[in-house]
Design a protein around this ligand. Structure first.
Ligand SMILES: Nc1ccn([C@@H]2O[C@H](COP(=O)(O)OP(=O)(O)OP(=O)(O)O)[C@@H](O)[C@H]2O)c(=O)n1
Ligand SMILES: [Mg+2]
Length: 407
């Protein structure tokens, strides 16, 4: 097969491949960008594989950087673009199920392709548009099938993360995992214990944000991979709730992913904190999810008020309502969002008075009471008890101080 019209990213990189070929070596586009081009999906990173050894690649270009020279990767700087060029290689060893003990550079494309994870990821594309398909990847792409290259158990022994990649692609591409590949995942799922949580996290989140998340979750449960993920051991019943959400559901960010997971696991905001720590998510995400769970709890109990909406902020309100709508089709996601937009102020900065104003008015001296007065003023404005006007707020501050002093 030959692709007639290459995406612009490939066209821009063609001179790099041509330079390598003119010097008598082979060079191809490989990996996800070839797969995505054939699927008519947008591409992101352009990976190039070559028969030239790293030193030979470096000799051909003016500007190069040794980004991963040990593994055969050289970065080429060409017309302000960066391209990673990796020498064909085979790997051996894999004592630890995640990285090879030894990388050997080879001159043969087929040796390189046969160590790749799935047939749809083992296609190579020449700069003239010709596709090299040694493992019937095109056929699998046509039939929407995800199949390990060669013997699945060998591929998963080489890198156990590939099992998570399988469910990620099943969800992202809406592909079926071929039977033997599926069986091998079931069998080797415990190897996931060897993989760093950070790497599992990336694949899990991508799976949850895929176009067919229900399919991904189904495989995640069926293969038993969930048993080896933080906080999910024996959570089969809870996870199965995901199979009943709207089949068109598409999660758009990681806050939604984790809010959804924490809700089906029925975690309290405090429990979610430890759960997400174990998954090694960012502090920012943990804070959003904790707040989202507090808001969801208030929504459950019909106790939503201005303060909790204010503390949540628009982003958390939007993500939380989106997730609640996924779990309950009757939930009116618009209501809390509308209520949020009606808040008289959306941030402390919008309060018509700040600490400096109060000090300048000489009604208070620096200290903890200052913060307390500002918070009380903010809450009174939020709940529409007083107007957000500086002169009114100063008078109110004086009243609050008198009250504080009498206490
Ligand atoms: N554990 C892995 C990771 C990667 N690969 C190979 O390296 C290519 C590039 O890897 P990566 O960029 O991680 O994945 P992509 O398939 O390109 O997917 P994405 O769209 O996420 O970049 C893959 O296509 C596959 O051929 C592999 O065989 N085994
Ligand atoms: Mg890629």
């Amino acid at each position: 097969m030959k692709i007639k019209k290459l995406p612009s990213e490939f066209n821009a990189a063609r001179p790099v491949l041509q330079t390598i070929e003119k010097a008598g070596f082979e060079a191809y586009f490989v990996g996800g960008s070839v797969r995505d081009t054939i699927l008519n999906d947008p591409i992101h990173d352009v990976d190039i594989a070559t028969s030239a050894y790293p030193s030979e690649v470096k000799a051909l270009f003016k500007k190069t950087i040794d980004t991963g020279i040990k593994h055969g990767t050289v970065m080429i700087l060409d017309h302000h673009e960066k391209y990673e060029v990796t020498t064909f290689r085979t790997e051996s060893g894999y004592q630890d199920f995640r990285r090879p003990d030894k990388v050997t550079f080879v001159r043969s494309l087929s040796e390189d392709l046969k160590r790749r994870d799935f047939t749809v990821n083992a296609l190579a594309l020449k700069e003239d548009g010709t596709i090299i398909d040694l493992f019937s990847g095109l056929n699998d792409l046509d039939n929407h099938i995800l199949r390990a290259v060669g013997k699945p158990e060998e591929r998963f022994h080489e890198d156990a993360l590939r099992m998570m990649r399988a469910i990620r692609f099943a969800s992202k591409l809406d592909f079926t995992i071929e039977r033997n590949t599926q069986e091998a995942i079931k069998h080797h799922a415990p190897l996931l214990k060897k993989i760093a949580v950070e790497r599992i996290l990336v694949e899990f989140e991508k799976m949850m944000m895929g176009q067919n998340l229900i399919k991904g979750v189904q495989y995640f449960i069926e293969t038993g991979l969930f048993q080896y993920c933080p906080g999910l051991k024996n959570q089969q019943q809870a996870l199965k709730k995901l199979l009943h959400i709207n089949p068109n559901a598409q999660l758009t960010n990681t806050t939604q992913v984790w809010l959804l997971i924490c809700r089906i696991l029925k975690l309290s905001p405090k429990q979610s904190h430890q759960f997400l720590r174990n998954w090694k998510t960012s502090n920012e995400l943990i804070a959003s999810v904790e707040q989202g769970l507090r808001l969801a709890d208030a929504i459950d109990k019909h106790q939503v008020n201005e303060l909790i909406l204010f503390q949540s902020g628009l982003f958390v309100v939007e993500q939380t309502t989106a997730v609640l709508a996924l779990l309950d089709p009757n939930f009116k996601a618009d209501d809390p969002i509308k209520a949020y937009h009606k808040l008289p102020i959306k941030s402390q900065q919008e309060l018509a008075i700040n600490g400096r104003d109060l000090l300048q008015a000489q009604i208070i001296s620096p200290g903890p009471r200052l913060g307390k007065v500002l918070t009380d003023l903010r809450d009174e404005v939020l709940t529409n008890r007083i107007k957000n006007e500086k002169s009114i707020l100063i008078l109110e501050a004086q009243k609050l101080l008198l009250k504080l002093e009498s206490e």
